[in-house]
Design a protein around this ligand. Structure first.
Ligand code: ADP
Ligand code: GLC
Length: 526
């Protein structure tokens, strides 16, 4: 049985700040249905310890970059997936659900130690730790786990590494002087042109670059994003490095947990419904209007915005577009669920105060509300400057909520755009319309306004809207195809034999100290 260990900073529902956490868990759970032994190594945050099932200690990992750690094994709630928790309370505990930043939005000062420790623990497990089956494939996700492939090489691990880029905008770039603390030899920090193994990136030590250069395989979460990141517009200065490693880069569009996000069985929404009977969606719309203080009107188009409130999501530009949209379409209602940039949060709250009964805003992070938003809305406005994959539009489509989205990355790969209206109506009569949303180019308020106008025009033609809704709801967003693609990547990687590395093994950290007989505990002690 192929043994795969994921390494990530998030895994829903244990710890989540966005799509990364959803992807890691849903994908692992899908893999467990194949003949694969899957585990996920994540930091031992309090929220993770609170939610795992049957945690038991395995032993100690001593001398990680951030100090000594205790390793725990547990199970994921509702999935046949093992969770390995890295307990280092001084690095991970006592920070609530804030995984990366403090309450003022500032990155934690010890993030280097926090995530170098995660990567180092993964590399240690890859070389063999008593009590944990040695993985054949170590699959690291995003910059937080980015040092894993390099540290595996340095430790002489025979396991193969795959690194998935979920968001190239976050790279984990730190002062090069920190290299020794992570057990990285200083010759790997020489200016890049002199050494192709270098992880130096514009005078920093880059976790992201280390992963791109040293992983055996690279993937990202949509095919279009895999091409986009090779260009200066989307490459975040990493396009040159990626270009040099493009031969090992693949794009695989994410799936979703289609049991959790299923309008037919979702207990969080007002009334269940499916593609063939949308009666329940009307009840969900009514409930959403009530909860956002909007007039209950089944015919008023209800536009949802649900995302991190960041410039990635063009939330700044959406704020500029909203007043014109509210003025132009007096019947349209908006419901916003989001959290993020403080200035954008304030702008949205001010707009809600200026447009009572038209724009409802909920600032905060709330999973239940997210389900209700997708169930109750007619349209999802999902603007993005870049979108590696995007899960939000996949959730919305499954709930018959039609995305109006930027033509970038995974949004363009997953949304079939509706062509201009007159021909739509003709084609819809012939029954061959496959559109499931509206894509737009550009990043200006006018671009957003215009795209919203196209969707509202279609909404005004109920038989057409119904076809678009049905197409969206019937899209296969399950993990079955993408999981197969990852599986063949794993098989290809596992078939390869690593040549002996010339880099000397540098072990600033000792092997596992001692192990304990597993004891069952509901909650770890300090
Ligand atoms: P990203 O990871 O870039 O934020 P995705 O679309 O891939 O974008 O994933 C976002 C995930 O985070 C979805 O599960 C979405 O429902 C969730 N989410 C974002 N903001 C909120 C919020 N304020 N409340 C609840 N869920 C949210
Ligand atoms: C990142 C990306 C998002 C993607 C998610 C899961 O957070 O911003 O587009 O869907 O990872 O892969």
């Amino acid at each position: 049985m192929l043994n795969v260990m994921m390494v990530a900073a998030e895994a829903a529902p244990l710890a989540k700040s966005g799509g990364l956490g959803d992807m890691v868990s849903a994908f692992s759970s899908a893999l467990s249905l194949f003949d694969i032994d899957v585990s996920i190594l994540i930091p031992g945050y309090d929220c993770a310890f609170d939610r795992v099932v049957a945690p038991s200690p395995i032993g100690y990992l001593r001398g990680l970059p951030g100090g000594d750690a205790r390793l725990w094994r547990a199970a994921m709630p509702d999935a046949d997936v093992t969770v390995l928790l890295l307990e280092m309370d001084h690095l991970y505990a006592g920070r609530g659900h804030r995984l990366y930043q403090d309450e003022h939005g500032r990155d934690y000062l010890d993030n280097f130690a926090r995530f170098a420790s995660l990567s180092a623990a993964a590399a240690r497990i890859a070389t063999g730790v008593r009590g944990v089956k040695r993985p054949r494939i170590v699959h690291a996700h995003d910059w937080h786990a980015g040092l894993t492939p390099l540290l595996m090489k340095l430790a002489g691990a025979s396991a193969r590494s795959l690194f998935t880029i979920h968001n190239l905008a976050f790279q984990g770039n730190y002062p090069p002087g920190l290299a020794p603390y992570a057990g990285i030899p200083s010759d790997l920090l020489l200016p890049a042109p002199r050494d192709p193994r270098s992880i130096e990136f514009y005078d920093t030590l880059s976790f992201m670059k280390a992963a791109i250069v040293h992983a055996d395989g690279l993937s990202t979460v949509s095919e279009r994003y895999a091409r986009e990141i090779l260009t200066p517009r989307f490459g975040n200065r990493m396009e040159g490095v990626l270009g040099a490693h493009a031969h090992k880069l693949t794009g695989i569009v994410n799936g979703i947990d289609d049991a959790l996000w299923n309008p037919q069985t979702d207990s969080m929404i007002a009334q269940p419904y499916g593609a063939d009977d949308l009666t329940g969606k009307h009840a969900c719309k009514k409930a959403l209007q009530q909860s956002y203080g909007l007039p209950v009107d089944p015919f008023a188009p209800l536009v949802a915005i649900g995302s991190r409130l960041s410039t990635q999501k063009l939330a700044d530009v959406v704020c500029e577009a909203l007043p014109a949209a509210l003025a132009r379409w007096p019947r349209v209602q908006f419901a916003v669920l989001g959290q993020g940039d403080a200035a954008i949060e304030q702008q949205l709250s001010a707009l809600a105060a200026a447009w009572p009964g038209r724009l409802g805003v909920h600032i905060g992070y709330d999973e239940t509300r997210a389900h209700r938003l997708h169930a109750g809305a007619d349209i999802l406005l999902h603007a993005s400057r870049f979108e590696p994959c995007g899960l939000t539009q996949l959730y919305a489509m499954r709930y018959g909520t039609i995305p109006v989205a930027s033509r970038v990355g995974g949004l363009a790969d997953t949304i079939v755009d509706c062509p201009t209206l007159p021909s739509d109506v003709e084609r819809q009569k012939k029954g061959d319309l496959d559109a499931a949303g509206f894509l737009f180019d550009g990043e200006s308020p006018a671009d957003i306004f215009h795209a919203l106008g196209r969707a509202l025009d279609a909404y005004g033609i109920p038989p057409l809207w119904r076809v678009i809704q049905r197409n969206a709801m019937r899209r296969d967003s399950s993990w079955s195809v993408p999981a197969q693609r990852y599986l063949s990547l794993y098989q290809t990687l596992a078939g390869h034999v690593r040549r002996r590395e010339s880099t000397p093994v540098c072990r600033s950290v000792s092997q596992i100290g001692r192990t304990h007989a597993p004891v069952q505990r509901g909650r770890r002690s300090a």
